[in-house]
Design a binder for this molecule. Structure first.
Ligand SMILES: Cc1ncc(COP(=O)(O)O)c(C=O)c1O
Length: 365
């Protein structure tokens, strides 16, 4: 069998997501399980989004609009751009893979940082093998180090992924350094600004969302998702913003009917409900601050975060601690796979779930 496999695929390991609550309940025979593993919004969907999904159910016998026309129109209006600046995917992960399929030619490379989102590597390697992914070191504050990235750019570099804010460190880059970096990069390289957590950033005035640049420069792609602040992780919907020509090439590798009817309708309704977004932001800011302090009070090092998760260092083996937490019904993520072998990432959940996690952690430590 192994001889039949594309050698690039042999370099990949399946993405290991946070374990589902159901699995942990079953495995450890638990009634209560708290999941703080996948940077999800703890708030359930608001009524207007539920209603929009329910309205679609009677149409589930029909394929969805393959072009996500009305959702693109909504996203465009929301961001002050045109519909042909938008491409919608089944989560932004689908678009990350489309970008490498669309742009990466044999022998070319994808550049990003260590301690960042795993799918940049995955998308590079499936397309170009393990030599296709190049990783820069971070700075000491766990931020993307743009100087290190610049030093690694060469003739082979084709795509540069910048997660801002970054997962799993929760750190953010300010506007000017990112814009200076973009200016310094030759225009024959694609720069992807992955804004999955941008809504959580406190000072948006100093935040480089890149949309303005993407309108002018064909090599800039901005990524957004409905999985985080909008609570739609289960429905899989994200989008790219770029120049119409860039979007049209990406559209060539998009699968047909990639975004379900329910997802399209829910995403449209989400953009009509800023109250829910603001409520989520407020709750996250409050709960994150408390959780940050609680972890610090346990004597642990915690990285200051602009997102809905915290990277912390338990000072003990994360794999062992993780297993004990699972037995207690708490799901978080050890970060070895993300290049932080001594770190763990916990999502900011409801106050009750966070407190439950902290109480179990305190006992175990
Ligand atoms: C930095 C970053 N980008 C993209 C994604 C993908 O999100 P989705 O595919 O759910 O849109 C995630 C998810 O955790 C992420 O952390």
């Amino acid at each position: 069998m192994i001889n039949l496999i594309n050698p690039n695929i042999l370099e990949l390991t399946p993405y290991q997501p946070g374990k589902p609550e159901e699995e942990i309940k079953r495995k450890y025979n638990l009634e209560k399980v708290v999941k703080l593993a996948s940077n999800e919004n703890p708030l359930p969907l608001p009524q207007n989004v539920c209603d929009a999904i329910v309205r679609e159910i009677s149409l589930f016998n029909r394929y969805p609009d393959s072009d996500s026309y009305y959702l693109k129109e909504k996203i465009a209006a929301y961001n002050g751009i045109e519909r042909d600046n938008v491409l919608v995917g089944a989560g932004s992960v689908e678009i990350i893979r489309m970008i490498s399929r669309c742009f990466l030619k044999p022998g070319e490379t994808v550049l990003s940082s260590e301690k960042s989102f795993l799918m940049y590597r995955g998308a590079a390697v499936e397309q170009g093998g393990k030599e296709a992914f190049v990783e820069a070191k971070m700075d000491e504050a766990f931020r993307f180090d743009l100087d290190n990235l610049s030093r690694l750019i060469d003739d082979k570099t084709k795509i540069i992924f910048i997660a801002n804010p970054n997962n799993p460190t929760g750190t953010t880059l300010n506007r000017q350094p990112v814009y200076d970096f973009i200016d310094s990069v030759p225009e024959d390289k694609i720069i992807v600004l992955d804004n999955a957590y941008h809504e959580f950033v406190s000072n948006l005035d100093d935040y480089p969302d890149g949309i303005e640049l993407a309108m002018k420069r064909k090599n800039i792609i901005v990524l957004r998702t409905f999985s985080k602040i909008y609570s739609l992780a289960a429905l899989r919907v994200g989008y790219a913003i770029a120049h119409p020509e860039t979007i049209s090439y990406l559209g060539r590798v998009k699968g047909p009917f990639n975004v379900t009817r329910a997802a399209q309708a829910a995403a449209i309704a989400s953009l009509e409900n800023d109250d829910f977004k603001n409520k989520s932001l407020e709750l996250n800011a409050k709960n994150r601050e408390k959780l940050f302090t609680q972890l610090q009070n346990l004597g642990l090092k915690v990285v200051p975060s602009e997102t809905n998760f915290l990277l912390f260092f338990p000072g003990t083996d994360p794999a062992e601690l993780n297993e004990k937490l699972l037995q207690q019904g708490v799901i978080i993520r050890p970060m070895r796979a993300f290049g932080v072998p001594d770190g763990m990432r916990v999502s900011v959940g409801s106050e009750e779930d966070n407190d439950y996690f902290v109480s179990r952690l305190e006992k175990l430590l």
